[in-house]
Design a protein around this ligand. Structure first.
Ligand SMILES: N[C@@H](CCC(=O)N[C@@H](CS)C(=O)NCC(=O)O)C(=O)O
Length: 392
């Protein structure tokens, strides 16, 4: 009998050891399990002290386990690389008026440039720890694949083929755009022109974009024939338009408004009405890197939640203490949400303090060029499409 009991005990011990070994070595799958377990227990148990009992305290070993798991979670991730390097390599256009251009002081400015700074503030605690990598549209995805850029903030439209075949993943849309057309009034176009009026026109855009494909589809659908000329970047497109080599230029509507405003005086007209496409623009990074995706995505969400709740760079210190429970969690008053992601507890406090909330980022760059915050780019509470998941 004794021997049988001993044998059973050994068998159970052996099984437990094997299970533990398997858990330890199986990183990705186990991290997912481990994380959801630990956040479940936080969510349910944190205030229900019934569950804050000996059983969950016993999990001194659980705590150790979850520390290990959070190390595994970021291992091999771009998140680890960026932290080790101490600088974010952020892919931008550099020629996207209002989104990323170099100002007279040599500083990269614009809506996209500020989202690069927001990620650097979250991941490195320093909004200025950004190396801006200027990329043409055609170069951008290769730069992610080769590791020359960690993330793109480059007027990049989320499409099915980029998300799958090209090997990218996409973060939350930061700007809901749509493709439009612009022409000179002197060539007979007016603010009531449509695609049906462009038969025989030379239409120009930059290469490697959704816009070159959309305009061909739109011309076909309208039954008109066009000559489509593509150039390396939108500065060259605009120069050709000014020189009269293009009757029409076409790209994301926000870019046309920006170009028109920095080239005043002009008689340029943007065709009104519904844009010819949907262009959801946002952060883009290499696929299958969850830890990095989470860091980038929650940086954007932090700017959105702060915008929704009126937390900005001016009141963030006060909100860290006097904000509602979600804001205190988001800003690091209870740092666990951020630390399990491999970030500092105050990661999103740094984003709002150093860069600002979504509205501050938008207002700093776009309304001065005539791009107003309206429609889809307003909060869901105002009828828009900006809707961040809860920080919980
Ligand atoms: N959103 C489109 C177009 C992106 C694009 O290249 N837009 C122009 C207008 S904002 C641009 O960035 N121009 C600057 C450049 O080409 O360097 C895409 O993802 O393909």
């Amino acid at each position: 009998m004794k021997n049988t009991k001993l044998f059973r005990l050994l068998a159970v011990l052996f099984a437990v050891t094997m299970f533990a070994a398997a858990c330890g070595s199986d990183d990705a799958a186990d991290n997912a399990d481990g994380d959801s377990t630990s956040s479940d227990s936080d969510a349910e148990g944190s205030d229900d002290s019934g569950s804050d009992d000996a059983g969950s305290d016993d999990a001194g070993s659980d705590d150790a386990g979850s520390d290990d798991e959070s190390v595994d979670l970021t291992q091999g991730s771009v998140l680890d690389e960026v932290i080790a390097r101490g600088t974010l390599n952020c892919g931008v256009s550099g020629a996207g008026v209002g989104f990323s251009t170099t100002n007279a002081d040599g500083r990269m400015v614009g809506f996209d440039a500020d989202f690069c700074r927001a990620v650097a503030a979250a991941v490195l605690g320093d909004a200025e720890a950004v190396n801006f990598v200027e990329l043409t549209a055609a170069e951008r995805f290769t730069a992610i694949q080769t590791g020359d850029a960690d993330v793109l903030m480059r007027n990049t439209t989320w499409t099915q083929s980029r998300d799958t075949d090209v090997g990218m993943d996409f973060g939350p849309t930061t700007y809901f755009d749509g493709q439009q057309l612009m022409a000179s009034a002197a060539s007979g176009f007016s603010s009531s022109s449509t695609v049906a009026d462009i038969d025989g026109a030379v239409v120009c855009t930059n290469a490697g974009t959704t816009t070159e494909k959309n305009i061909s589809d739109a011309a076909d659908a309208a039954g008109v024939s066009i000559t489509l000329n593509t150039f390396e970047d939108f500065d060259i497109v605009t120069e050709n338009f000014i020189a009269g080599a293009c009757d029409i230029i076409t790209t994301d509507g926000s870019a046309l408004v920006g170009r028109k405003s920095v080239n005043e005086p002009n008689d340029w007209v943007i065709f009104p009405g519904q844009p010819i496409s949907k262009e959801p623009l946002g952060p883009t990074y290499g696929q299958n890197d969850s830890a990095w995706a989470d860091a980038v995505n929650w940086t954007v969400y932090a700017t959105l939640i702060a915008d929704e709740k009126g937390v900005n760079s001016g009141n963030v210190d006060d909100m860290l203490v006097n904000g509602d429970a979600e804001i205190i969690r988001l800003l690091g008053g209870e740092g666990e949400l951020q630390t399990v992601m491999g970030l500092n507890a105050d990661a999103f406090y740094q984003v709002i303090a150093q860069v600002g909330n979504y509205g501050e980022i938008f207002d700093a760059s776009l309304p001065p060029l005539g791009v107003e915050r309206a429609g889809a780019n307003t909060q869901w509470t105002d009828g828009g499409l900006l809707y961040a998941p809860p920080a919980r």
